[in-house]
Design a protein around this ligand. Sequence first.
Ligand SMILES: [Zn+2]
Ligand SMILES: [Zn+2]
Length: 162
Amino acid sequence: MQFDLNQFLTKSTVPAEREFVLECSQDDFSGYRVGSPCQVRFSARHEGSRAMLQIAIHATIEAECARCLEPVVKVFELEQEYVTDLDQLQDEMCELPVNGRGMLDLDELARAEISLQVPQVLLCDELCKGLCPVCGKPRKLGCSCELQQADERLSVFEQLLS
Ligand SMILES: [Zn+2]
Ligand SMILES: [Zn+2]
């Protein structure tokens, strides 16, 4: 979705709001996928000669746990604010995705915020214990390796004693 930021700054006097759904499940993000379509809410209001922009993104992120490789699904509520004015719009270094006519690409803005704010390393749980070094299964699924090892250690110990 496009937002005419040039017109907002030059002609409009009232706040503006846009709500839309962004499909980016096919897009390349490093370390994760965006599961279902994102809900995006964008608003703009005047502050003197400047514009205060706000974006809020509801994104469902799918990834693999960095420790145990099990699937992880997490919902992120991302928010960001920007202040801009006409001079900035015409500046080639403008950080916002605007074209030469001052049209702001809201899809691109939302995508950029997702890749900036969603961490590339996700865990199923902060306390995830990862994979068992013996059998390779996620530890949270449970395996008896540790018990067996403990038994073996114990029996070595017993042999030493006998
Ligand atoms: Zn995990
Ligand atoms: Zn194991």
